[in-house]
Design a protein around this ligand. Structure first.
Ligand SMILES: Cc1cc2nc3c(=O)[nH]c(=O)nc-3n(C[C@H](O)[C@H](O)[C@H](O)COP(=O)(O)OP(=O)(O)OC[C@H]3O[C@@H](n4cnc5c(N)ncnc54)[C@H](O)[C@@H]3O)c2cc1C
Length: 579
């Protein structure tokens, strides 16, 4: 096709944006083509693209954002790879694929709130993961990822197994960090762990090998021969208002990163997760908009392993660690130099001590001990002593309910499913104790994520933002603060048992800062098999369609390792097929 014809076809296709999820008939002609089309330039997609390219396939990656990386580049770069990697062997850490597999399918591992981390994992998927860890570690090193020079440990781990230290850390290196727009301090570049040190080397490797990366290209549909039959043929993508048809001669890979940013989709698993949970980890760098899942479901794909999404362990939902901003996830703060700071709105105030605030619901009522923790997770030595698949592992766990999150999401009893905004209330003395600067860019007054007033009643009256469904009655907040100050005087929180409430809230100005739970991981997604081929509702493979990472279901593990491994498995399998 000449450039002119391509241009006129693109112009003819200019149309209203397509919502992912609608089936779309295959086009009469294609605008671009490659052997493999990868959707999403994150951990799964970039890995699959490089593997496929090295096996001789031509590869196009479409990425809807302005830059590559997805959640992976915003991540802490802690990559749990075990099974006997060279790093483990070097440091005398015994491990094997079998040990890793049995760890990640151990029914007896239970968190202190009773939730099992691994019981509902799909054995076929975990087996494939365990068997490729050693090769994936070597592959990452061969493709420029530098791991911090130390023994694998348990730092940053999350559902990575109890038997051996497996956590590796990607050195942040010299590239500007997405959080700040600046490189890390040179003194830290070899020792600080960051997703930067994973994704920039992989991007460089992909570009060097001739992978075509199309930024600002959003996949809106996957084309199949017939809506529920035949091979996958390619995708429809939108770019600057134009629609393109991109043919995939061999395979399409879904590496779109999950679904927690799509309110309707996430409520399939947990009806409570309504609109107010708008502070997702990893956003606003990239969204988990469920577009991959929806497009695959429109051509017959099945969901899988949905229990893992509601398991109250790990980082599925977290207590915010920074308040007064939309994005308060504990391990990610956005600074003014970042390319997405205009979307993030504020840096947030990190909470050093939850004794410095009380948290209230939309009605201005406290609901739980503010010092309550988030959910816990299984990792090396979380259970000690540990014997794989032994009933005593569960019996020895001391029950702890970890309920700040559940209390926050319980709501105000007005028939709405979600818990509504949660506000941290504090005074000028707390600001001084925490050394906070409650001004922009630290807090987001303009976006409605922070409010200030000279009186407690006045503070309640100022709280107006899109998720505050009902006005906060000023008399409620006044009563709550007076009662709490009384608890400080007596040293006993008679309502929620906060240990020795320490500070009165009495010195103006007073603040209300956004402290609503943060959604993080997607742990349910499309049904895949051991090769990461997408499977339909009848249990049959959809020919030519692959998926990995947070858009794939059946595997409860936080992040990078399963995403990279599944990209690796998908890339290898699709290029080993002759048809
Ligand atoms: C702050 C933070 C810290 C983390 N720290 C760690 C850690 O230390 N260790 C760990 O193991 N895990 C960590 N994780 C989790 C880990 O980053 C993710 O699990 C992992 O990146 C998921 O990989 P993925 O390929 O599924 O998705 P992503 O890496 O998010 O990539 C998905 C890509 O697809 C693109 N995309 C989506 N839809 C479309 C579409 N329709 N068209 C085109 N492109 C599309 C997105 O823009 C994105 O670039 C962290 C996550 C966050 C947010």
């Amino acid at each position: 096709m000449t450039d002119e014809t391509a241009a006129s076809r693109v112009a003819a296709a200019r149309t209203a944006p397509q919502r992912a999820g609608a089936a779309m008939a295959p086009p009469a002609a294609w605008d671009r083509e490659a052997d493999v089309v990868v959707i999403g330039a994150g951990a799964t997609g970039m890995t699959a693209a490089i593997v496929a390219r090295e096996a001789g396939a031509s590869v196009i990656v479409v990425e809807q954002e302005n830059d590559i990386g997805g959640h992976a580049i915003t991540s802490g770069g802690n990559v749990p790879l075990g099974g006997g990697t060279r790093a483990q062997t070097l440091h005398g850490i015994p491990d094997s694929p079998d040990l890793l597999f049995r760890d990640l399918t151990d029914w007896s591992v239970v968190e202190p709130n009773g939730f099992p981390d691994y019981r509902y994992n799909d054995r076929e998927i975990v087996r494939a993961f365990a068997d490729c860890n050693v090769a994936v570690f070597d592959w990452l090193v061969a493709h420029g990822v530098v791991f911090v020079d130390k023994a694998p440990d348990a730092r940053g781990g999350n559902a990575v197994g109890n038997s051996a230290p497996r956590e590796m850390h990607c050195a942040v290196s010299h590239w500007p960090m997405v959080q700040t727009g600046r490189p890390a301090d040179p003194a830290e570049q070899a020792t600080r762990s960051s997703g930067n040190g994973l994704m920039r080397p992989l991007e460089a490797a992909a570009r060097r090998r001739g992978v075509a990366i199309l930024l600002r290209h959003r996949m809106v549909a996957i084309h199949r021969e017939a809506p529920n039959a035949g091979r996958v043929l390619g995708i429809a993508a939108e770019h600057e208002g134009a629609r393109l048809a991109i043919r995939a001669r061999k395979a399409v890979v879904i590496g779109t990163g999950g679904s927690t940013g799509n309110v309707n989709f996430r409520r399939i698993a947990d009806p409570r997760l309504t609109e107010e949970y708008c502070g997702l980890a990893g956003m606003p760098w990239s969204d988990q908009d469920a577009s991959g899942e929806l497009a695959a479901m429109a051509i017959g794909a099945s969901l899988w392993g949905t229990y893992n999404q509601v398991g109250e362990f790990g980082f599925n939902i977290t207590k915010p660690a920074a308040i007064g901003c939309q994005y308060g996830y504990q391990n990610l703060r956005w600074y003014p130099g970042s390319a997405v700071f205009h979307r993030a709105g504020a840096i947030g105030l990190p909470v050093g001590d939850w004794q410095n605030v009380i948290t209230v619901n939309m009605l201005g009522q406290r609901f739980y001990d503010e010092t309550g923790p988030g959910f816990t997770t299984n990792n090396y030595k979380s259970i000690d002593p540990y014997v794989q698949a032994d009933y005593r592992n569960a019996r020895n766990v001391t029950f702890r309910p970890n309920n700040w999150l559940n209390a926050a999401m319980a709501g105000i009893g007005d028939g709405h499913n979600g818990g509504g905004p949660i506000w941290a209330i504090f005074d000028a003395d707390a600001v001084r104790r925490e050394a906070w600067i409650p001004e922009h860019p630290h807090v987001d007054f303009a976006g409605g994520f922070c409010f200030r007033a000279d009186t407690i009643a006045g503070l309640a009256e100022t709280i107006m933002m899109r998720h505050q469904r009902v006005r906060m009655p000023p008399e409620n907040l006044v009563r709550t603060v007076e009662r709490y100050n009384g608890f400080v005087d007596t040293g006993v929180d008679a309502d929620f048992g906060k240990p020795a409430p320490r500070y009165r809230i009495a010195t103006p100005p007073f603040y209300a800062a956004w402290a609503t739970p943060v959604i993080h991981d997607t742990r349910m997604g499309l049904r895949i098999n051991a090769h990461c081929q997408v499977v339909d509702l009848n249990g049959a493979v959809i020919p030519g369609l692959y998926c990995g990472g947070e858009s794939a279901g059946g595997f409860s593990q936080h992040g990078l390792a399963r995403s990279i491994c599944q990209g690796y498995l998908a890339g290898n399998h699709m290029t080993s097929q002759t048809t």
